[in-house]
Design a protein around this ligand. Structure first.
Ligand code: URP
Ligand code: ZN
Ligand code: ZN
Length: 473
């Protein structure tokens, strides 16, 4: 298969320029001006359009069991939604269930592989420590997994003690893996949740009130200090506070190999959203904070303290008792209504895979908060580099997979649940006006999105074995 994308303006992480792209089979073969049209080539005219590398979402949760239900997007529906939003690679977390890490990974492949519609990879949670687990971590590279996530919260389930986090970091470092960390203070959260419940404070805002910002701030510094002592690289996921950005900056200025991710929800929403009558829609961990936090996170993206935009996509229905139509069939999955009388029972998480690039384009690039090149760096190139996929993913250079988005910078639309394609019944950005949206999306040279048309299918997404010893940005 030969494809020639002509006359577009290419946007990379470092520059913007006019060029054509020649795709042979699944890869970019040539990038240059006025490339001749080969015999039998399919030609796509991108005049007036931008040409971007496919987005790489480093942080999603698909088909994740939680609170007696399961997150509502699986590895097909989530991937499809991501593709409509310009993302062609995503990374999902394998929980540390009973059995070995290898068995858990194999189990996650059984859930994912036949459904995958974009390319994908796994991170693995480390939720308990032992010498056996240490030995299993060493073997992860054989399954293409080179990043592991640990938690300073969720006591009694996913949380690790600081000493065990330190141990994990050392094993990770020795094997060229990246430790990812969820930064909140699990001890304080448990005390505050018990007090709130005892006092009858059960509305969604108490989800945020019982997870104070200070817990996230000190956990970012604590984790950075642990990484410094382990001489290991660290990637702090879903940073949601101004203080978290400050602590990351402090650590980076002292030469520690620490990096940070934020997500669109932390840039646009505050605890006031949880105070709404439908506040459960915004319940996720860590929670929304204040306008000041939003602003500092924007600054952190602009000045390079933060390296990536993830989504932490973990969708649930707002009212899982009422079916929606998905691909012509009614679907209802228990969701946020499980906690309608008690915030501790609201499944944590929200939709976002489809939203990330379109929302960040209109409200980040068009508003002048970031350049189009920073947009590509944060959403495509940096996640690929940090997680061992570059230059195969996140780039538009010869030899890269032909994951290409033709982006219409003038397309106007009113966004919301009907546009986003997530398998859920709400969208956080309902009614937001967008200018700029993917027009065509290619996965390894195959068109999977053409305007409103879905051309992808379950099973065409490929599992990506990732490389160890990736760079620290
Ligand atoms: O609320 C969230 N984010 N749920 C997913 C689990 C996590 O901590 O990332
Ligand atoms: Zn987390
Ligand atoms: Zn997450």
């Amino acid at each position: 298969m030969t494809l020639l994308i002509k006359n577009g303006k290419l946007i990379t992480a470092s520059e913007s320029f006019y060029a054509d792209i020649l795709v042979e089979e699944e890869q970019i073969a040539l990038v240059g001006k006025d490339l001749p049209v080969p015999d039998n080539a399919e030609v796509v005219d991108a005049s007036g359009k931008l040409v971007l590398p496919g987005g790489v979402d480093p942080h999603v949760h698909l088909n994740l069991p939680m609170f007696g239900t399961v997150s509502s997007d699986d590895h097909y529906t989530g991937h499809k939604a991501a593709a409509f939003g310009g993302t062609t690679t995503c990374m999902d977390f394998v929980p540390h269930g009973p059995g070995s890490l290898k068995e858990n990974i194999d189990g996650w492949h059984e859930r994912a592989d036949h459904l995958a519609a974009i390319d994908f990879s796994f991170h693995v949670n480390i939720e308990r420590w032992s010498e056996q687990v240490a030995a299993e971590i060493v073997e992860l590279v054989n399954d293409g997994v080179t990043s592991i996530k640990v938690f300073t919260a969720y006591n009694g389930s996913m949380r690790l003690e600081d000493g065990d986090i330190f141990r994990v970091m050392r094993v990770a470092k020795e094997n060229g893996y990246l430790t990812m960390l969820h930064a909140e203070n699990g001890d304080v959260i448990d005390i505050l949740v018990a007090e709130a419940v005892a006092a009858g404070n059960l509305s969604p805002e108490w989800h945020a009130m019982t997870r104070p910002a200070w817990g996230a701030v000190e956990a970012v510094l604590r984790a950075s200090a642990l990484a410094g002592q382990a001489d290991a690289p660290l990637y702090v996921v879903h940073i949601n506070t101004a203080g978290g950005v400050d602590q990351l900056k402090y650590a980076r200025e002292r030469g520690l190999s620490v990096m940070g991710e934020t997500c669109p929800q932390y840039l646009f929403f505050t605890i006031d959203n949880l105070r709404r009558q439908d506040g459960a829609k915004w319940v996720c961990s860590p929670p929304m904070r204040t306008l000041e936090d939003n602003q500092r996170l924007w600054q952190g993206l602009k000045n390079g303290t933060l390296q990536t935009m993830g989504t932490d996509h973990c969708a649930f229905f707002y009212d899982g008792s009422k079916p929606i139509m998905y691909e012509g069939k009614p679907v209802a999955i228990p969701g946020k209504e499980l906690g309608k009388d008690d915030f501790t029972k609201i499944p944590n998480g929200l939709p976002g895979m489809a939203d990330r690039m379109p929302i960040m384009w209109t409200y980040g690039v068009r508003t002048g908060l970031m350049s189009e090149n920073q947009f590509v760096a944060l959403n495509c190139t940096n996640p690929a580099k940090i997680f061992g996929l570059y230059p195969r993913k996140g780039s538009l250079i010869p030899g890269a997979d032909a994951d290409i988005v033709i982006w219409d910078p003038d397309r106007y639309l009113v966004y919301g649940v009907d546009v986003a394609h997530h398998r859920t019944d709400y969208n956080l950005y309902e009614g937001w006006e967008l200018r700029g949206y993917p027009e065509k999306v290619f996965l390894r040279g195959k068109m999977i999105v053409d305007g409103e048309r879905w051309l992808g299918k379950a099973g065409m997404g490929r599992y990506l074995n990732r490389q160890p010893f990736s760079p620290v940005l």
